[in-house]
Design a binder for this molecule. Structure first.
Ligand code: UDX
Ligand code: ADP
Length: 459
């Protein structure tokens, strides 16, 4: 099938950057991203590129180059679906918060709504591409909805999981390690492969069956998250021995079978994918009664929760077992640097624990808004909106956030944190002044020389 028009349903962290890059690399294809969220679409269309709903280095430039030429953002979902030969489903698939599989399974209601929407309005043949991370065998469900509509439209389903990491999305899309396309029909697979072949070398475009493709996405994220939980487990052991987790990571990373990446001990992984996908894997394994497999992967999550809790516990015990009424300055709220995404960020859980101990929290993050921080805390339902509002203050400037604080907790590894005048910060803080470096970004010797009581992860 020749593809001239693409529709992407879902203008989020995956749909936005992916379609922007596809449009840039395929100037002859019209790409329209649609969403039910009118505010989000308006923000994508804002003349002021700093107002785009998603912050990703390099993204605004690509949107500027392609928007209005062959990249469009719209709320006219039905019209765009029927005008396109290929439709990407790129909507959110959060962990279920109700009913069967609550807290474990992926909530597929948004995906199902999309499938029903496509089935209802399509009058010509379509290739439907799953872009959202989905549990294995979801393509089956999508197919069943699409083919049982009674129309004689022919639908081909492909799985094309996204491997981009936030903060480096544009680079990951431009230079992917691989592109994975799972499907039944060679014709449909090649139609999508051709779009990627505009910039991705053929040998990096993998073709598999649908189920392998779906399972590969979950497995890749499970393996990556497992590395972080593995090094975080060792970090706790290091804190009780004379070992340094940085030295251990360096030493094991030089083994080419292990490799150096993804070995940074931290306050624990966050983001929209790792926890959700592992929970998904665990749920699927349990549904086949594979309890040993489920327990094995679940341990990655248990360790991650332990790591977040361990960080706040240590902060409290070091501050003489009480943070009640004390100002704690938090640097960073995003789940990693170079993104404004806060989903599952460790900062939320650490803040929530400290708030339950009656701390006053002062946060500075270069890209996260006050309203986002408040809604993240309110979502946990630990206390009232009013209490969160009263106990957590957001600053648009780091020095004010840290003034008169008893401790600084570094939650995100934003580069700018390393460049601050730490002597000035020390002078403005209560003494003794503590730093809890959850990302190991500051130099212990420098901080100790200034006068700080400095502690980091795994040292
Ligand atoms: C991840 C996968 O990397 C990506 O391929 C997939 O498509 C989506 O999920 P993302 O969640 O955007 O991407 O970011 P990633 O860079 O993987 O980081 C996830 C979390 O792990 C962050 O909280 C990060 O700070 C943490 N992390 C990462 C560590 O704590 N240590 C590390 O060494 C690496
Ligand atoms: P991701 O990180 O997977 O991209 P996001 O939450 O950032 O997730 O984006 C998903 C987008 O999908 C949201 O903007 C949401 O409004 C949109 N969406 C969800 N369901 C539908 C639907 N049925 N039709 C159109 N858009 C939808």
């Amino acid at each position: 099938m020749n593809i001239n028009n693409i529709c992407c349903i879902g203008a989020g962290y995956v749909g936005g950057p992916t379609m922007a890059v596809i449009a840039k690399m395929n100037p002859d294809i019209n790409v329209t991203i649609v969403d039910i969220n009118t505010d989000r679409i308006a923000a994508w269309n804002d003349k002021d590129l700093s107002k785009l709903p998603i912050y990703e280095p390099g993204l605004a430039e690509i949107v500027e180059e392609t928007r209005g030429k062959n990249l469009f953002f719209s709320t006219e979902i039905d019209k765009s679906i029927d005008a396109s030969e290929m439709i990407f489903i790129s909507v959110n698939t959060p962990t279920k918060t109700y009913g069967k599989g609550k807290g474990m399974a992926a909530d597929l209601k948004f995906v199902e709504l999309c499938a029903r929407n496509i089935a209802e309005v399509a009058t010509t043949d379509k290739i439907v591409v799953e872009k959202s991370t989905l549990p294995v065998r979801t393509a089956q469900a999508i197919k069943s909805i699409l083919v049982n509509t009674g129309s004689d439209v022919n639908f081909q389903i492909l799985s094309n999981p996204e491997f981009l990491a936030e903060g480096t999305a544009v680079q990951d899309l431009l230079n992917p390690d691989r592109v994975l396309i799972g499907g039944e029909s060679d014709d449909a697979i090649e139609s999508l492969a051709k779009i990627y072949a505009s910039w991705v070398p053929q040998e990096k475009i993998l073709r598999t069956n649908v189920w392998s493709s779906e399972l590969s996405k979950l497995t890749a994220n499970a393996f990556l998250a497992q590395r972080i939980s593995s090094i975080n487990a060792i970090s706790e052991l290091c804190e009780h021995t004379e070992a340094s987790v940085s030295e251990v990571a360096r030493a094991i990373g030089m083994d080419s079978r292990i490799g150096p990446k993804f070995l940074n001990a931290s306050i624990g992984f966050g983001g929209s994918c790792f926890q959700k996908d592992i929970l998904n894997l665990v749920y699927i394994a349990r549904s086949y009664n594979l309890n040993a497999v489920a327990d094995y992967w679940e341990q990655v999550i248990i360790l991650n929760d332990h790591q977040k809790r361990r960080f706040s516990d240590k902060l409290i015990s070091t501050l003489y077992n009480t943070v009640s009424g004390k100002k704690i300055g938090m640097l960073g709220w995003a789940f990693k640097k170079d993104t404004n995404d806060t989903r599952e960020s460790a900062a939320i859980y650490v803040a929530d624990h400290l708030l339950s101990e009656q701390a006053n929290i002062a946060v500075y993050d270069p890209k996260v808004s006050k309203s986002k921080m408040q809604s993240d805390l309110n979502y946990l339902n630990t206390r009232s909106k009013e209490e969160n509002e009263a106990l957590v203050k957001t600053y648009d400037e780091p020095y004010k956030a840290l003034q008169d604080a008893h401790a600084v907790a570094i939650m995100t590894e934003w580069d700018e944190f390393k460049t601050y005048d730490w002597k000035q910060i020390f002078d403005s803080m209560k003494k003794p002044a503590f730093i809890f470096d959850g990302r190991n970004i500051l130099d212990k010797n420098d901080m100790t020389k200034i006068g700080f009581e400095y502690s980091s992860i795994g040292h």
